[in-house]
Design a protein around this ligand. Structure first.
Ligand code: PEP
Ligand code: CO
Length: 628
């Protein structure tokens, strides 16, 4: 009987050895799966647990906002759930073997008792094998061949390899890993405990946007990057608490939509709309301190940080302002979503142009013709049966964007997407990095590397091609289309000189990027009467230079990024006809909390000029194609 028992044991061991050898062969064929199996092997239970524990500590701050569901359950359950029974049954087997041997040696018990022990041992063995197999089956990531849902298997693979949707290596990335780097342009709070408490509270607040929305935007941006759409960013330089009213949000939204319709007609392609809204609060500043009449105070850094009045109380960074900015962003986004889907975006309404800028303008006949053409196109669609009740005519996609400057705020609103297991910055659909904070080794780049949103990088004439190429590769290793938007802001003269070399560098490296022009930040001047302003003509000149350079280089001028408002403010000088703003008009309605914005008339006039230019470019392209 003992011999029989040993025979069965040996057979089992031979089978196990064979199974092990087969696994090893499979493992050689697939490095990723081998690592996964080793990671989950019961023999590595202790180090594995330690590893998981340390990563749990690392991620503990984000646990409340993780929506990982079954993926996490799978990750934790496969070893922990089965380790105890496997261990107990192995003990039982060893004990039975010991008993059986002693009984045979002592010959003091009957043959039937010995048989009984052997049956028990075999049964225990069977259970051990079953449990091990089951554990193995759960711990194996679903392979493409065994799973029809290829998306799920990709997610499992990505998790195993710890990479983001853009191919970035996330082994050492967490939403807070930027903290180990130098973070520029951050407020200096007096009470660390207070800001920590505010950010912890924000971690439990709902995300403002969802990852799936950001992915939809990214596919539209990819379409623009490949030359089939135009992108329009627009909104305040800095949103403010004081100017927050439904009317103001509505008016900016309406002007953006009007501009989009004009551009759509001119460019003959879809226009992707993004508002510098619902989160565009924090501002980078050239100086930490502002000095007036010999008194120095911390600079104003945006309403989510301090207040612009020049008093020590107003300029003190106040953590509670982050919550207020979040709440205002929620309300703004709620309005934007309602306008976009509740009928306000109806094409007929949008085409009621704000054409007052035409009056007295030498170009008025030209603008009127374009406006009449657009109206006729809408009437034609109506005649085709696409009336105001059609979703194409009364709903639109509208996305939000802001500079991800305040890293604590961004970190607190970073979420793990349960569908893809990727991290997303959920404070806005699109986040950009400003000219002052894009140092390759800096904290902002570290944060941007790990989130999977579409992102923008501002570049200027000081940027060198090699640096931009390496930054783009760092942020988008898999060269995913739509992920990177390069926003040039350098003024028309510098743009004509420097943009071509930057385009060449990107083209030579075969990188997918969307090119956008910010014609505002390279054209700010100070007037004799002390106002920061931008001449409309300089803004227009930079946009036209951007179009011309791209036409010459054979690349697509993918969009514009404007600081504008739906209000009739007097912040930028110039513009046509009756609504032109002179230097002496600036004091009339200078309401911006930071940089000067185009008013509604100037913004719409700019869109007419852009539409005209884009339609001429389109005609030239078509003629060139036909003559080939
Ligand atoms: C901005 O877009 O408001 C801004 C500050 O831009 P930049 O970083 O290009 O100066
Ligand atoms: Co600005």
């Amino acid at each position: 009987m003992t011999a029989l028992f040993f025979l069965s044991s040996c057979t089992r061991d031979v089978l196990s050895a064979y199974r092990r050898a087969r696994l090893d062969r499979e493992e050689e064929e697939d490095g990723q799966r081998r690592r996964e199996r080793e990671r989950r092997s019961t023999t590595k239970l202790l180090p594995e647990k330690l590893l998981r524990f340390s990563s749990r500590v690392n991620r503990k701050r984000f646990s409340s906002r993780r929506l990982e569901g079954e993926i996490k359950r799978e990750e934790e359950g496969c070893v922990d759930d089965y380790a105890a029974p496997v261990f107990l049954l192995s003990c039982a087997r060893a004990l039975s073997l010991f008993l059986s041997l002693s009984l045979c040696v002592c010959r003091s018990l009957s043959l039937s008792l010995s048989l009984c022990v052997c049956v028990c041992v075999s049964f225990a063995d069977a259970v051990v094998l079953f449990v091990q197999n089951r554990s193995q089956a759960i711990s194996d990531p679903p392979s493409k061949s065994s799973f029809d849902l290829s998306n799920l298997s990709e997610i499992a693979e990505r998790r195993t390899r710890k990479i983001s949707a853009t191919g970035a290596n996330l082994k050492d990335w967490t939403p807070s890993s930027y903290r180990a780097r130098d973070a520029l342009q951050q407020p200096k709070y007096e009470d660390q405990a207070e800001i920590d408490a505010v950010l912890r509270r924000m971690e439990d607040l709902p995300p403002l946007v969802f990852a799936g929305e950001s992915r939809n935007l990214q596919s539209q941006l990819a379409n623009a990057a490949s030359g089939n759409a135009f992108v329009m960013f627009g909104g305040d330089c800095a949103e403010s608490f004081k100017e927050f009213r439904a009317d103001n949000v509505r008016d900016t939204y309406r002007v953006l939509l009007q501009m989009a319709v004009v551009l759509m007609y001119g460019a003959g392609m879809p226009v992707v709309k993004l508002g510098r809204m619902a989160g565009q609060f924090a501002k980078p500043r050239s100086e930490d301190l502002e000095t007036i009449d010999g008194v120095s105070l911390p600079s104003y850094r945006g309403d989510n940080i301090n207040s612009c009045e020049f008093t020590p109380e107003a300029r003190r960074p106040d953590p509670q302002r982050l919550i207020k900015a979040y709440d205002q962003s929620v309300s703004t986004l709620n309005l934007l979503r309602a306008f976009s889907n509740g009928g306000y975006a109806a094409m007929q309404r949008v085409s009621k142009w704000n054409l007052e800028f035409m009056q007295g303008s030498p170009k008025s006949a030209q603008y009127e013709k374009l406006a009449a053409d657009v109206d006729r196109a809408i009437e034609f669609m109506h005649a085709c049966g696409i009336d105001e009740n059609h979703s194409v005519m009364n709903t639109t996609d509208f996305y939000t964007a802001h500079e991800a400057l305040h890293l604590g705020y961004e970190e607190a609103l970073t979420r793990l997407d349960s569908t893809t297991n990727d991290f997303y910055g959920c404070s806005a659909h699109f986040l950009w990095c400003g000219e002052r904070t894009r140092q390759p080794e800096g904290a902002h780049m570290e944060y941007f590397r790990g989130i999977s949103n579409p992102i923008g990088i501002k570049i200027s004439d000081k940027s060198d091609g090699e640096g931009v190429v390496s930054l783009v590769k760092h942020l988008n290793p898999d060269n995913v289309p739509g992920r990177i938007t390069l926003v040039s802001r350098m003024g028309a003269k510098a743009l004509r000189e420097h943009l071509p070399r930057l385009i060449t560098a990107i083209e030579d490296a075969k990188l997918n990027v969307l090119w956008v022009s910010d014609p505002m930040h390279g054209n700010t001047i100070k007037t004799d009467n002390g106002f920061k302003t931008r001449p409309f003509e300089a803004v227009l000149d930079e946009v036209m230079a951007f179009f011309e350079v791209h036409e010459k280089m054979g690349t697509h001028p993918g969009g514009v990024h404007l600081e504008m408002t739906g209000q009739n403010v007097t912040e930028c000088t110039g513009g046509s006809g009756a609504s032109s703003v002179s230097q002496s008009d600036l004091e009339l309605r200078y309401l911006t909390h930071c940089d000067p914005r185009l008013n509604a008339s100037q913004a719409i006039e700019l869109s007419f000029m852009m539409a005209q230019k884009l339609s001429e470019m389109k005609a030239r392209k078509k003629a060139a194609r036909e003559s080939e």
